[in-house]
Design a protein around this ligand. Structure first.
Ligand code: SAM
Length: 261
């Protein structure tokens, strides 16, 4: 019998390896495998191999996917719609942390237009491959996907107008570092607009320690207070939860923050 490792006994690199494995499976998902099930965005525990959104779920989240190939939506694993929150303007440079198969990048690219640019960062090669294939299919020229870790962004200082992220930062073992890196790459006055999972109650230790709970975007989640404090500690101001939708022990929160001018 193979012994299942506890998350609390794994190193950060081991945890990231498990996250990569789980999201490689999500990248391999095909639209025709989808059931009627209203899959949760970030995929609940044990569903990472088969999660994916129905088109009505995406509609209800405010996504206009008209004209996009199914390969741009079938591996979506978000828990909100950060682009809808971001009030993007033509010409802005946007960075998506944990861009997956690229849906938020493609939505943002429409809004910033030809004079703007959108960069997606992800650490899972299969997701990057799918995102780049989608770029070819859609024929976009203002987007780019880079392989990297959101705890060490491969992005220049003060070069980004807006950072978006959809259900990813909960998966990072060092969230404080993600927000410090976000602060570094944003230009003064730039904004951080994210959707993510926050916990409403403490989780039972055994459940929290399961890797499927972690890769399902619950086990690595922290409380709203802790989340906002990490953002403030990185130097951001006007940090607020814009809206929150709960599902029992956790909620999907939309959070806004600004780098001072
Ligand atoms: C729940 S999925 C969300 C994907 C996408 N944002 C969406 O809404 O469909 C999480 C994504 O974040 C990526 N990811 C997780 N931790 C990361 C890290 N430390 N650095 C870069 N990417 C990461 C995973 O590879 C995966 O593609």
């Amino acid at each position: 019998m193979t012994e299942t490792r506890k998350v609390s006994e794994m190193s950060s690199e081991e945890i990231k390896g498990e996250v990569r494995k789980a999201y490689s499976r999500v990248a391999g998902r095909k639209a025709e495998e989808q059931s009627d099930r209203q899959a949760s965005g970030c995929c609940g525990p044990e569903t990472t191999s088969s999660c994916g959104p129905s088109s009505s779920l995406l509609d209800s989240m405010g996504y206009d996917t008209e004209g996009l190939p199914s390969s741009a939506t079938e591996s979506f694993a978000g828990c909100g719609n950060p682009v809808a929150l971001a009030s993007l303007r033509a010409g802005e440079t946007v960075l998506d942390l944990g861009s997956g198969a690229g849906l938020d990048v493609f939505m943002a690219a429409r809004q910033v237009g030809e004079t703007g640019r959108v960069i997606g960062i992800d650490m899972t090669p299969a997701m990057l491959e799918k995102a780049r294939m989608n770029v070819e299919k859609i024929g976009l020229t203002n987007v780019e996907f880079r392989e990297g870790d959101i705890e060490n962004l491969p992005v220049d200082d003060d070069s980004i107008d807006v950072i978006i992220s959809n259900c990813v930062i909960n998966l990072a073992p060092d969230k404080a570092k993600v927000f410090r890196e976000s602060f570094r790459v944003l230009r003064p006055g730039g904004r951080l607009m994210v959707s993510d999972i926050v916990l409403e109650v403490g989780l039972p230790t055994g459940f929290r320690d399961e890797i499927a709970t972690y890769t399902g975007c619950i086990g690595g989640a922290i409380s709203e207070d802790e989340y906002l404090q990490h953002i403030r500690d990185a130097g951001f101001e006007n940090v607020e939860v814009v809206s929150k939708a709960g599902f029992g022990y956790a909620s999907s929160a939309k959070i806004a923050a600004y780098k001072p001018n």
